[in-house]
Design a protein around this ligand. Structure first.
Ligand SMILES: NC(=O)c1ccc[n+]([C@@H]2O[C@H](COP(=O)([O-])OP(=O)(O)OC[C@H]3O[C@@H](n4cnc5c(N)ncnc54)[C@H](O)[C@@H]3O)[C@@H](O)[C@H]2O)c1
Length: 418
């Protein structure tokens, strides 16, 4: 089996962590049981470009149990857990190409290695597999029956391809499932982003001025958790509706140029580019902490910061201190990569359970329905989404009410009023 990982000797630790995560992934475990019995992915080759974490290992194992040949590469140079990569190769027989801290050249070489498998299904987190196929490996499209996409930024890229009529095969936007973005983006990113910032800095959140750029699903989650830990939360937005929502949720809202002056810590979660840039770095307090938890590190204009700095040193494992010409210092966390994955472990398994159940079941859906699908971006079928919510509740031991016949009739009628 081909692979490129840091050290196969780390497998023992990785396996223990994968097993621990699996305990919290009850819905995915049910999918795995069904896959093992039915083998819906028999004979298919699946290339996954995902954050190489304990949860991803459990997903890859599930796809394999469904009959697929699985190859995995990293979807970010800093998010790989090397012990997990080792165990994926040694214990689960999954061809893995991922090394934490790999440079850009290695990152793209690993994507190429995954594509050498000539996949029938691509599974992306950020659309880098699809992007490479559409830019320089168009000949691979003839093997592909469909793809899936995990995150907001990837879905935006794919919808742009679709709108331009250039998409070469159908893709299911897993991010758009309710059981994905309402939970993973909000509660997952909310908790793990705070976790990453705290691990990288050991800062006290109580009383800190915490600036969050973007009040989408991820931003809402981080704001909620930062507020809960006693921070004074300020939101920056470009969408009036989201800004208004932030105001009524009780946060300060202002432009980034004003927030830059008061923030102790800044996090971007916009999916946009250069959200915090030169003029904002220029206004920041000495010791300001900046981080990104959006998909790409372009949300922070790091090249501008590099140019402005007279020196740079690594002061903690995931913290680089830039000293500006006037002596002020700005601390960049996790090289501007998703801070929850670079400096912590990413989302807790319990929330990835739903995201990855969506991924696995979307693969089964593609295997069964690809002949009926056009070269478009599709949502996850509603029946799958609803079933995942139902199974998750059951796994948590929570029961809910069912509509009575009278209630069903009432909700379907228009005649009855006061
Ligand atoms: N860290 C993680 O593990 C993780 C998990 C899920 C998603 N993501 C990524 O996080 C990013 C945000 O995802 P989301 O689901 O919250 O998206 P979203 O579309 O729900 O929210 C993004 C928000 O940012 C706002 N925005 C855009 N440009 C801005 C700017 N210049 N200044 C201030 N606000 C701006 C938009 O108006 C929007 O409200 C994406 O890149 C996504 O892929 C990361």
């Amino acid at each position: 089996m081909r692979y490129d990982i840091k050290d196969i000797g780390l497998a023992k630790k990785g396996k223990l962590r994968i097993e621990w995560a699996n305990e919290y992934m009850k819905v995915l475990s049910l999918v795995r049981k069904h896959f093992k019995k039915e083998r819906p992915l028999e004979g298919l080759r699946i290339a996954c470009c995902l954050h190489v974490t304990t949860e991803t290992a459990n997903l890859a194992h599930t796809l394999k149990e469904g009959g697929a040949e699985v190859v995995v590469c990293a979807s970010n140079p800093l998010s790989t857990q090397d012990d997990v990569a080792a165990s994926m190769v040694k214990d689960f027989g999954i061809a893995t190409f991922a090394i934490k801290g790999e440079d850009n050249k290695t990152y793209y070489r690993h994507i190429e290695s995954a594509l050498e498998a000539k996949p029938n299904i691509t599974m992306d987190d950020g659309a880098d597999l699809v992007s490479m196929i559409h830019k320089s490996k168009k000949n691979l499209a003839r093997y592909i029956i469909g793809g899936t996409e995990e995150t907001t930024t990837g879905v935006i890229r794919l919808k742009n391809l679709d709108r331009k009529g250039m998409l070469m095969y159908p893709i299911i936007a897993v991010n758009d499932a309710n059981t994905k973005h309402l939970f993973d983006n909000r509660y997952g990113t909310g908790q793990s982003t705070i976790d990453g910032i705290v691990r990288a800095t050991n800062m006290l959140l109580a009383g800190a001025n915490f600036v969050i750029c973007g009040y989408g699903w991820c931003g809402r989650g981080v704001a909620m958790r930062a507020k809960g830990m006693g921070a004074n939360v300020t939101i920056t937005e470009t969408d009036p509706l989201k800004a208004l929502e932030a105001v009524m949720d009780g946060y300060n809202v202002m432009p980034i140029k004003d927030a830059a002056r008061i923030g102790d810590v800044f996090v971007t979660l916009t999916g946009d580019t250069s959200v915090i840039r030169k003029e904002h770095f220029q206004a920041m307090k000495d010791g300001a902490i900046i981080a990104n938890s959006g998909h790409f590190n372009v949300e922070l204009d790091i090249p501008a910061l590099e140019k402005m700095a007279k020196s740079k040193r690594r002061v903690r494992e995931f913290t680089d201190e830039y000293t500006l010409k006037d002596g002020r210092r700005i601390n960049l966390l996790g090289e501007g990569r998703l801070v929850n994955l670079a400096a912590a472990e990413g989302h807790p398994a319990s929330v990835m359970d739903m995201s990855f159940a969506n991924q696995a079941l979307s693969c089964e859906y593609i295997a069964k329905n690809h002949k009926k699908l056009d070269k478009k971006v599709y949502g996850v079928p509603e029946f799958l989404d609803k079933n995942i919510a139902k199974l998750k509740l059951e796994s948590l031991g929570i029961k809910i009410d069912a509509l009575t016949e009278e209630q069903k009739n009432y909700l379907e009628s228009w005649e009855l009023g006061t």
